[in-house]
Write a protein that binds this ligand. Structure first.
Ligand code: APR
Length: 237
C-alpha cells in the first residue's frame, strides 16, 4: 500500500462520501442495494416530494435515522479523527454524509454539507436555527412544529437545494495543500468539483475507495481499497 507524506506545512482538506460508512453497514446510494432502491429519488428527496407527501419523506428519513443510530464508526472514521488530533487546525473535514459517525469517532472540525440526520428544521425557512431531533416518527401527526408554527422537515439538503456553508468550504479548499477524498462516486455536484478547485489552488489530491470515481482523472493519486483498510497507516509524518 502506498503512503502519502504530510509535512508540517501541509493543510489537509478531507471530503467523505457514503463509501466511508459502508463498512459500518450503511448502504451507499449508487450500489445495487443502495438506499434509493425501492424509492425513486424524486419521491423522497426533493422539495417537490416534501410538498406532495411529507409523510413518505419522514418515513424514509426516520428509517435512515434508525439505521444510523444502530451503526458504529469504523476504522476509517477513527483514522480521520486521529489525523485531526495530529494536525489540529491544519485539518478540515467536509462530509456529504448525513450520519454522525465522524462525530462519534471523535472528529470535531467538520461540516455536513448535505445536512444531518439528527436535526430537523423549519419547512418555511423562518430563520430559526435547526433543532436536535433523533425521533423515529411513526406518522405525520407525531412530527413536531417549529416555534413559528410550521411543520419540521428533515435537516437534509434535498436535490435541487444549495448545500450548506459553501463559502466556508471554498475558503478551506483555497487554503489546503492536500485534498483527501474518500468513498464518493464523484457524481453529485458541487462536491464532485472540489477536487478541481483544489488542483487550481495547487494542492495534491488523493482518492481512496474500491473503484475509481467518475472524476478520477483529477486526482494525483488514486488508492484503490476499502477505506477501513486503506486509511489507517496511509499517511507518514
Ligand atoms: N470504502 C471506500 N469507498 C467505498 C467503500 C468502502 N468500503 N464501499 C463503497 N465505496 C465507494 C463506491 O465505490 C462509490 O464510489 O463509495 C462510493 C459511494 O458513491 P455514492 O453511492 O454515489 O455516494 P456519494 O458519492 O456519497 O453520494 C453523494 O449523493 O444522493 C446523494 O446526497 C447524497 O451525499 C449523497 C450524494
Amino acid at each position: 500500500m502506498p503512503t502519502i507524506p504530510i509535512t508540517p506545512n501541509d493543510r489537509v482538506f478531507v471530503l467523505t462520501g457514503a463509501g466511508i460508512s459502508a463498512e459500518s453497514g450503511l448502504p451507499t446510494f449508487r450500489a445495487s442495494d443502495g438506499l434509493w432502491a425501492g424509492h425513486r429519488i424524486e419521491d423522497v428527496c426533493t422539495p417537490e416530494a416534501w410538498q406532495r407527501n411529507p409523510a413518505l419523506v419522514w418515513e424514509f428519513y426516520s428509517a435512515r435515522r434508525l439505521a444510523g443510530q444502530q451503526a458504529e464508526p469504523n476504522p476509517a472514521h477513527f483514522a480521520l479523527a486521529d489525523l485531526e488530533a495530529r494536525l489540529g487546525d491544519r485539518f478540515f473535514l467536509c462530509t456529504q454524509n448525513v450520519d454522525d459517525l465522524h462525530e462519534r469517532a471523535g472528529s470535531t472540525r467538520l461540516l455536513h454539507m448535505h445536512g444531518e440526520l439528527a436535526k430537523s428544521r423549519c419547512e418555511q425557512n423562518c430563520g430559526r436555527p435547526p433543532v436536535q431531533d433523533r425521533t423515529i416518527y411513526r406518522n405525520l401527526a407525531e412530527v413536531g412544529r417549529c416555534t413559528c408554527g410550521a411543520r419540521l422537515r428533515p435537516h437534509i439538503v434535498f436535490f435541487g437545494e444549495i448545500p450548506l456553508d459553501m463559502d466556508r468550504i471554498q475558503q478551506q479548499i483555497d487554503r489546503a495543500s492536500l485534498m483527501l477524498v474518500v468513498g464518493t462516486s464523484g457524481s453529485v455536484y458541487p462536491a464532485a468539483n472540489f477536487v478541481h478547485w483544489a488542483r487550481m489552488a495547487g494542492a495534491r489530491t488523493v482518492y481512496v475507495g474500491p473503484e475509481p470515481p467518475l472524476n478520477a482523472s483529477a486526482f494525483t493519486h488514486v488508492v484503490e481499497g476499502r477505506a477501513g483498510q486503506a486509511l489507517p497507516g496511509l499517511f507518514t509524518f
